[in-house]
Design a protein around this ligand. Structure first.
Ligand code: ME8
Length: 747
């Protein structure tokens, strides 16, 4: 049997999914259902990427351990996906892959060992130890180039990630590197000999020119002390595997690669059966999938995927990418409450020209749902079946017109035989199929809606309500309604992968047995609807929505949700993503008072991000990592120990003086009494939120053993702590409700 393996990205389990995540999963679900209809044995993977700094941070904000946090997110995500028919129970994904599965640890470590034991096409070690420094955006999980950053507002400050509009961290540490730079020729050859490997062409060209421009090595580990919530590097407990290196491998560990335990659990060798697969991704993660991943597979001597298929991004009306962090993406709970979930599936596939970006808001979905579904498909089904009930007591009427009645039929504008309609349905069906094969889903649906227009025209030209008045035109009436009903049967088969639930409802209303999923669209033949059978009861498929009323409800609901997020953000003890539907940025977390660039004191310029060239510092072969025996996954802990904690010295300080720093909108300069011989000078980026004069005499919490650093020419000798509230990260100074002496230590 032909097989088809399709994957979505595994989504970061830091916060709840939004419409962007739903989109790729709906496309995957659509393709697998379509391929199953076409006789393929299919396997569909979606899941979550559960390691890394961002998840550690999100869990800390939510007051959970990382494991509790990812379990919570996965539980919610699965419920939401189920509402859209994407889970196994509804015929959706076969595996919900999680990178915290023990078998994935085993497989990922085995992959590392395999790559480390082999050489690059240019005869050097695949993995070596070096030193990495760069600007790291935790929400992106990647290092950033200068062009991907907005320069820091202050000298020595943190630049902002252009996608997330948040400060990035300067990360500098010993790291293992993957020698990607040795794979440029091998990759270019592969792209050349596999023209369908990257789709669409625009993305393929982008990838080719990126690789032609030269690749640099990729940092693939972090020190355990900086990222502990991750898979340990085999043979080196001080390092953890960089999240992208870990995550990409999921596509094969899910099938049992590298883990005997997983193969036993699956009961068969799914890797042998289904690999290579097709990776559906958003274009935001193209480089990782079309450059890094194939090079990793070459390094470990594993067959490359069949294709990397990249779609465009959903944007808000101002043209910004819908994202969790910006909170501008459409929220799944809102979609679930206010729309038929099949209508959302249809919208996603119909609205976006696959490969291109597309603007969206709730209103556009409502409009499409009303026009294409309520007035289009839904209306065609209900008017046809209602007329069959009314004029034929619910019995499917005969398709043919006898010789004697041909002229009468012609007079009513109805062709004598149905072959013209049948062949135009075949044509549309072929267009539908071809467009699906070409990932042009919007065109496939446009074609299907051509069928609806055709059937609507058939009805409005023939005017069955007039034919019904004349006994002589009984056969014409019968033929018209049969043709409309048979067209609907074809539509139910074509649209099954798009709207499984509605297509089944249409099937039942037509009085058919079996399931539209069992029909191969290419085998549809005119006349499959049996005359004389009974149609079922008519029930509205897509009720019309009152746009103004629904929009008002949605807006109110979102406003209330934002308010409750802000309220929970303002009281850190209750901050939790449980209260937030899809916006992880709404939590409150203790942070420095927005003093830029405090994480690392190094002033050196950052290296390029891994995919565009990590600068190789001191290449050194990784002797330790090579040939280490396959061992059980090492457990990871997300906690810091008390020893880690006591390294941070925090003290009570009293603000003695406060003033604005000249030429800076953000910085205040304080002198603060920490109970020491001399007060300290400390700078904090809170000038937009606090009047300096009003802070004099205020007791604050200060990190007192932070390495001093210069900001705008002033040395800052510590850091004032504040909660970061709401989406804009408004600082609220941490303070004390009771009298405390200056210098008292916080423990
Ligand atoms: O990148 N429009 O996870 P992620 C369209 N864990 N699709 C969107 C979208 C938008 N506005 N926003 C998100 C990761 N997506 C990694 C992947 S795979 C080994 C690791 C979809 O949670 C789209 O598929 O940031 C995009 O590529 C993916 O979600 C990113 O999800």
């Amino acid at each position: 049997m032909k097989t088809f393996y399709v994957t979505t990205p595994i989504y970061y389990a830091n916060s709840l999914p939004h419409m962007g995540h739903l989109y790729t999963t709906v496309v995957g679900d659509f393709l697998r259902r379509y391929k199953r209809q076409r006789g393929f044995e299919t396997y569909f993977l979606t899941g979550t990427d559960e390691h890394g700094t961002n998840i550690e941070r999100a869990s800390a904000r939510a007051g959970r351990t990382p494991k509790e946090h990812v379990d919570y997110i996965v539980g919610e995500l699965k419920k939401m996906f189920a509402a859209f028919g994407l889970d196994t129970e509804h015929g959706g994904y076969d595996v919900f892959m999680r990178t915290t599965e023990a078998f994935h640890y085993e497989g990922a470590q085995e992959f590392w060992r395999r790559a480390a034991a082999r050489q690059t096409p240019k005869g050097r070690e695949n993995i070596y130890k070096g030193f990495y420094e760069g600007w790291f955006c935790a929400p992106c999980g990647t290092f950033k180039t200068e062009s991907e950053l907005q320069p820091a507002a202050e000298e020595g400050g943190q630049p902002l990630c252009l996608i997330h509009e948040r400060p990035v961290d300067l990360v500098s540490e010993e790291s293992y590197f993957f020698r990607l730079s040795d794979y440029d020729e091998a990759l270019l050859e592969y792209y050349e000999s596999h023209p369908d490997f990257v789709f669409p062409d625009a993305r393929r060209n982008e990838v080719i020119s990126l690789v032609r421009g030269g690749l640099e090595d990729v940092s693939i580990s972090r020190q355990k002390s900086s990222v502990s919530w991750a898979i340990p590097v085999p043979g080196d407990p001080n390092h953890t595997v960089y999240i992208w290196f870990d995550a990409l491998i999921n596509y094969i560990t899910a099938l049992g690669w590298g883990s005997e335990a997983r193969r036993a659990e699956l009961g068969e060798d799914l890797f042998a059966k289904f690999w290579p697969g097709v990776h559906l991704i958003g274009k935001d993660i193209l480089r990782q999938h079309a450059v890094l991943w194939p090079a990793m597979l070459l390094a470990a001597d594993v067959e490359l995927p069949r294709a990397v298929v990249a779609h465009g991004l959903w944007l808000d009306q101002t043209g910004r990418k819908g994202s969790k962090t910006l909170g501008n993406a459409l929220e799944l709970p809102v979609l679930i409450r206010h729309f038929k979930t099949d209508a959302v599936r249809y919208f996603l596939l119909r609205e976006m020209s696959f490969g291109q970006d597309c603007k969206v808001d709730y209103e556009v979905i409502l409009e499409r749902s009303n026009s294409d579904l309520a007035s289009g498909l839904g209306n065609l089904v209900s008017r046809t079946l209602t007329m069959i009930h009314k004029y034929f007591d619910g019995v499917v009427p005969a398709p043919d017109i006898s010789e004697a009645r041909l002229l009468l039929a012609k007079r009513a504008g109805v062709d004598s035989d149905a072959m013209e309609l049948a062949s135009s349905l075949e044509l549309v069906r072929d267009q539908f199929v071809q467009n699906v094969e070409d990932y042009a889903f919007h065109r496939a649906l446009e074609a299907a809606w051509g069928m609806i227009a055709r059937a609507d025209k058939l009805i409005s030209d023939a005017k069955p309500w007039e034919l019904a008045r004349s006994e002589e035109q009984r056969e014409t009436l019968s033929a018209v309604l049969y043709r409309a009903a048979e067209t609907i049967r074809w539509l139910a088969v074509l649209l099954y992968p798009v709207m499984p639930e509605s297509s089944r409802a249409i099937w039942t209303q037509l009085g058919l047995t079996g399931d539209p999923q069992e029909f191969d669209p290419t085998e549809l033949k005119w006349g499959g609807l049996r005359a004389g059978g009974r149609v079922g009861a008519v029930a509205p498929l897509f009720p019309r929505t009152d746009k103004a009323k629904t929009m008002a409800e949605i807006e109110k609901e979102i406003a209330q949700r934002k308010e409750s997020d802000a309220a929970s953000a303002a009281s850190p003890s209750t901050a939790s993503t449980a209260s937030s539907s899809s916006n992880e940025s709404a939590g409150a977390h203790a942070t420095q008072a927005a003093v830029p660039g405090s994480q690392t004191a190094s002033g050196t310029s950052p290296a390029q991000p891994p995919m565009q060239g990590a600068t190789e510092a001191q290449p050194a072969p990784n002797a330790q990592g090579q040939g280490a025996s396959a061992s059980a996954p090492e457990p990871v802990a997300s906690y810091i120990t008390i020893d880690d904690f006591v390294k941070v010295e925090m003290r009570v300080g009293e603000i003695l003086t406060a003033e604005r720093v000249p030429k800076s909108d953000k910085l205040l300069r304080f002198t603060i009494d920490l109970g020491e011989a001399q007060p300290r000078q400390i700078l904090a980026g809170i000038a937009e939120y606090y009047e300096p004069e009003k802070l004099i005499g205020r007791k604050v919490a200060v990190v007192s053993n932070l390495k001093p650093r210069k900001l705008r020419g002033f040395e800052s000798q510590g850091m004032v702590l504040a909660a970061s509230v709401g989406e804009e990260g408004r600082p609220v100074l941490a303070t004390f409700a009771e009298e405390v002496p200056n210098g008292a230590r916080l423990k």
